[in-house]
Ligand binder design. Sequence first.
Ligand SMILES: *[C@@H]1O[C@H](CO)[C@@H](O)[C@H](O)[C@H]1NC(C)=O
Ligand SMILES: *[C@@H]1O[C@H](CO)[C@@H](O)[C@H](O)[C@H]1NC(C)=O
Ligand SMILES: *[C@@H]1O[C@H](CO)[C@@H](O)[C@H](O)[C@H]1NC(C)=O
Ligand SMILES: *[C@@H]1O[C@H](CO)[C@@H](O)[C@H](O)[C@H]1NC(C)=O
Ligand SMILES: *[C@@H]1O[C@H](CO)[C@@H](O)[C@H](O)[C@H]1NC(C)=O
Length: 308
Amino acid sequence: GPDACPLRGAAWGAGGGAVALALAFLPPPLLLLLLVVPGGSYRPVVIVHGLFDSPSDFRHLRAFINESHPGTEVTVLDLFDRGASLRPLWVQVEGFRRALAPIMANAADGVHLLGYSQGGLICRALLATMPDHNVHSFISLAAPQMGQYGDTDYLKWLFPRHMKSNLYRLCYTPLGQGVSICNYWNDPHHRELYLNSSDFLALLNDERLHPNASDWKRNLLRIQSLVLIGGPDDGVITPWQSSLFGFYDANETVQEMRAQAVYLQDTFGLKTLEARGDLGGCAVPGVGHTAWHSNRSVYEHCIRPWLT
Ligand SMILES: *[C@@H]1O[C@H](CO)[C@@H](O)[C@H](O)[C@H]1NC(C)=O
Ligand SMILES: *[C@@H]1O[C@H](CO)[C@@H](O)[C@H](O)[C@H]1NC(C)=O
Ligand SMILES: *[C@@H]1O[C@H](CO)[C@@H](O)[C@H](O)[C@H]1NC(C)=O
Ligand SMILES: *[C@@H]1O[C@H](CO)[C@@H](O)[C@H](O)[C@H]1NC(C)=O
Ligand SMILES: *[C@@H]1O[C@H](CO)[C@@H](O)[C@H](O)[C@H]1NC(C)=O
C-alpha cells in the first residue's frame, strides 16, 4: 500500500542529526503527521512459532528487531505452545486467526507476518482464509511449505515404530490427520493416498479441488511480498528445498519450485507472486533448523530488509 509517511525510512533510520535535518525541511502538513503518529515508523511484526516451540524461543529475533528497528511492536503469538503444537493445523489456524485479527485491526498501515517451521504453514493458511488481512511481507522461515518426507528426531520420538517409508499408513488416516505433522506429511510414493487423505496441505495447495480455492488464492495475493528462507544444512526440513517450494518427485529426486505442478498451474498464487516481482528470499548454507531465528547474519541479510 502507499506510505502514509514517505519520509519514514530516512527520518527514523538515520541518526538524530539527520532526523532534525529532515524535520527542518518538511512542509508543515507532513511535520504534523510525523508528530501525531508516535512510533509509526515500522509496521508491527507478528511471529508464529513452530513445532514444540514457545514465544521464549524468539528472544534473539526480538532483540535483533528492537536493535535495528527501534520502536517496532513485535508479538510472538502465545498459543499452541510446546506439546499443543501437535494439535491439528486447522484447529491452530482458527486460534491464531482470533489472536491475529485485533493486531491487524490496530495496524492502519498493515503488519508483517513471520512463520517459523510449522508456523510458516499456519501463516499461509491464515493468509488464505482471512479475506481482509493486511499483511505486507509474509516471511516463511525454514517452513515445510511443500510438505515433509524424512525421518527426524521429532518423528522417531512421536512414532517410534514408524519410519518415513511406512508413516503414510498412519498419517493418511482420519486418526493421523489429527496430528499436525501428518497434515503436511507428503509421501511421494503414495501420491493418490495423499491427495485423497491430506486434510490440510492438499487443500491449501489446491491439489485436491475444493470450492474455496479461488477465494483462498485471492486472499493470499493481498500480500506485498512472499519471502522464502531455508538452506541445505537445516537438518529437519526434508527435503530442505521444501522451504523454497521444491519437493521430491516419485523417484525422490528434488525438483525445484518452478517444476512443481502447483507453481506451473498457479493453483494458489505462487506463480502470480513471482510474475508480480513479489517473491524474495534466501537459500543459506550453514544454518541448522533451530538456529534460523537466532542467527544474526540470517536476520541482517534475509529478514531485516523486509521489515519496513
Ligand atoms: C529494546 O532496546 C532498548 C534500548 O537498547 C532496551 O532498553 C529495551 O529493553 C529493548 N527491548 C526489548 C524488548 O528487547
Ligand atoms: C482415492 O479416492 C478415490 C475416490 O474416492 C478412490 O477411487 C481411490 O481408490 C482412492 N485412492 C486411494 C489410493 O485411496
Ligand atoms: C469454504 O468456506 C465456507 C464458508 O466460509 C466454509 O463453511 C467451508 O468450510 C469452507 N470449505 C473448506 C473446504 O474449507
Ligand atoms: C523415475 O525413474 C525412472 C527410471 O529412471 C523413469 O523411467 C521415470 O520416468 C522416473 N519418474 C519420474 C517421475 O521422474
Ligand atoms: C549463521 O549463518 C551463517 C550463514 O549466513 C553461517 O555461516 C553461520 O555459521 C551461522 N551461525 C550460527 C551460529 O549458526
